[in-house]
Design a protein around this ligand. Structure first.
Ligand SMILES: N[C@@H](CCC(=O)N[C@@H](CS)C(=O)NCC(=O)O)C(=O)O
Length: 270
C-alpha cells in the first residue's frame, strides 16, 4: 500500500477525503470512478497538467513523482492510483467492489498490478506518442524546474524522450503497442468468461481498466479486434457514475495556449 509521509506537511491537516487529480488523466479517473460508485464526498484539488501545476515544490511534496492522482484521507497521503483503489475499498468497504472468493480476490489484485505495471511502458508511452507530447510541451523554464524536482530515474528518462519536441523512439512505441495488444487479448479472454474482467460482477478490476480504455480510444487505438472488451466498455460507459467521473471530467480539461485540443475518437470521449 502506497501510504507515504509527505514533505509538504500542509496536507496533514486535511479532514475527510481530498483528491489531487486532473480532468483528462486515466489514473485519476479510476479513483474518481470508485469515489462515485461508493457515493463518497470528496474535496477536489484540480492539478492542471497543461499549466504544469504538478511541477511545483508543493505538489512534489505530496507526490514524490509529481504525478496525479494523490489521495489524502484525514491527513494520510496515498499515491499510486491502483493502490488508492485498494485503500478506499479497505476504508469504505460498502458497497464492495471486491468479490468474496479468494480466487477472485487474487485475480483482482493481478489486474490492478497489471494496470499499474503497464502504465509507463505501454499506456503512457502510447498516449504521449499519439497525443500528450504535443498537448503538454514544456518550456525551457518548466524543463529546468522539472529536472530540479524529479528524482525518479524512470520518470526523468520517460519525459526526456519527448522534451524539446522530440518523438518517442520507434522501439519504445512498438514495445508499447505489443504490450497493449497482449494485455487486451488477455482482458478480452477474461471478459468472454463472465461479462466482466473478474467473474461475472463489476469489480475494482473493471474500475481500474475502463477509464484506460477511454484514453486508448481518445488516442486512436483500434479496439475493434477485441469484441468482448468493446461490449463490456459500452456497458460500463453507460453507467451514470462512469459518465460523471470519466466523460464529464474529460470535458473540463484545459490546454496550453496554442495547443489543438481535438482528440480523435468517438464524440463520447472528446
Ligand atoms: N503509476 C501512477 C501513474 C500516475 C501518472 O503517470 N499520472 C499521469 C496522468 S495519467 C501524470 O500525472 N502525468 C504527469 C507527468 O508524468 O508529469 C499511478 O497509477 O498513479
Amino acid at each position: 500500500m502506497s501510504v507515504i509521509t509527505p514533505i509538504n506537511k500542509t496536507v496533514l491537516d486535511h479532514k475527510g477525503l481530498h483528491l489531487y487529480h486532473t480532468a483528462r488523466s486515466n489514473c485519476a479517473a479510476r479513483v474518481r470512478l470508485l469515489l462515485e460508485e461508493k457515493k463518497l464526498d470528496w474535496v477536489g484539488h484540480h492539478i492542471d497538467l497543461g499549466k504544469k501545476e504538478n511541477i511545483t515544490e508543493e505538489y512534489f511534496g505530496i507526490n514524490p513523482k509529481g504525478v496525479v492522482p494523490t489521495l489524502v484521507y484525514d491527513g494520510e497521503v496515498v499515491v499510486e492510483s491502483n493502490d488508492i483503489l485498494l485503500y478506499l475499498e479497505e476504508k469504505f468497504p460498502e458497497p464492495s467492489f471486491r468479490v468474496a472468493s479468494e480466487k477472485y480476490q487474487a485475480q483482482i489484485k493481478y489486474w490492478l498490478q497489471q494496470s499499474g505495471d503497464l502504465h509507463l511502458p505501454a499506456i503512457k508511452t502510447y498516449q504521449y506518442h499519439k497525443i500528450n507530447a504535443k498537448l503538454l510541451p514544456k518550456t525551457e523554464e518548466e524543463e529546468a524546474r522539472y529536472a530540479k524536482l524529479q528524482k525518479d530515474p524512470d520518470m526523468l528518462a520517460f519525459h526526456g524522450k519527448h522534451s524539446g519536441g522530440k518523438s518517442f523512439p520507434e522501439e519504445d512505441v512498438n514495445r508499447a503497442i505489443s504490450l497493449l495488444n497482449s494485455v487486451f487479448s488477455k482482458i478480452d479472454e477474461a471478459i468472454a468468461d463472465g461479462g466482466y474482467i473478474v467473474g461475472d460482477g463489476y469489480t475494482l478490476a473493471d474500475i481500474s481498466w475502463s477509464p484506460t480504455i477511454t484514453t486508448m480510444i481518445a488516442g486512436g487505438y483500434d479496439l475493434s479486434p477485441y469484441t468482448y472488451i468493446t461490449d463490456w466498455y459500452e456497458k460500463i460507459s453507460r453507467r451514470p457514475q462512469f459518465q460523471e467521473a470519466v466523460i464529464e471530467w474529460r470535458k473540463k480539461a484545459t490546454y496550453a495556449a496554442g495547443v489543438d485540443p481535438t482528440i480523435p475518437g468517438p464524440a463520447a470521449v472528446a
